[in-house]
Design a protein around this ligand. Sequence first.
Ligand code: PCA
Length: 329
Amino acid sequence: MTLTNKLMAGVATAALTLGVAAPAFAAEKWDMPMAYSATNFHSVNGVEFADCVAAGTNGAITIEVHPGGSLFAGADIKRAIQTGQVQIGERLLSGHQNEDALFGFDSIPFLAPSFDASGKLWEAAKPSIEALLEEQNLHLLYNVPWPPQGLYFKKEVNSVEDMAGIKFRSYNNTTARLAELTGMSPVTIEAAEVSQAFATGVAESMISSGATGYDQKVWESLTHYYEVDAWLPRNYVMVNGDVWAGVSEANKAAITACATEAEARGLQAAKDYTQFTYDGLREGGMTVQPAGDELMSGLRTIGETMTTEWLEAAGDKGAALVDAFKASN
Ligand code: PCA
């Protein structure tokens, strides 16, 4: 039982003991940490989800969204939900491949590089990821992909050789490994901190979506964005398992309906944001273009190595997931 539930149970018992009518419901407030800026489409979607939950539960559950890593930094959000420090939150699960390689299924280079393929990959992965999360006391409500991942630099880059020695900002194991295999030096930095990292020279390159470059105004420090469409990693909104167990069936249904809507709305926003943010990077003065053939073929070779490594790490479950995805194509 969570502290809030215990307190509410206590209030109900006291009300009965005193012969006072217990309220029909006791309102609960959930804190929802999110790692990305308030203007990012995931965060905007999270606020709409919170509004939907307040309305759908008639105010029984209200959710306060804390964007930009203001309550917990990205890397700490999952643990905060698991341990009940917060009731709900959003996290990029590929940041937790050290716990289980399966969490990296959405960051395998060139496996599912479009919105359509990424949707099919998620369908194939859903049963095993949901089960893995349940084991960790986490109930998945919805997830939304980031737009396709491309490479940011502060110089023209035409081949993997041109990347050697660059300080590269990573956001998960996959991106750190990509840096190693391309001869760059990885440094892990949260999205909310990247503009500062680029401005101070701590990092000078990254792989990410147009969305994150746009949110972080990276044109102030960087000059080139190459569309690579390497993968579409996902953000997952999860609720603590004990908190979820304490929610009434009617409120569970209302929250699940809000989650289904948020998943569809977030996906559409990710699609719309792709071109919008490429245009925004251009307006900021950056060169935005597809990666050249030589760069792409070098990245594909490295991608094969990374795929082999992931399959080794993820074992039978990983192989089954990839097979199920391939069978769905
Ligand atoms: N933005 C996040 C993850 C993927 C993306 O497009 C980031 O750069 O941290």
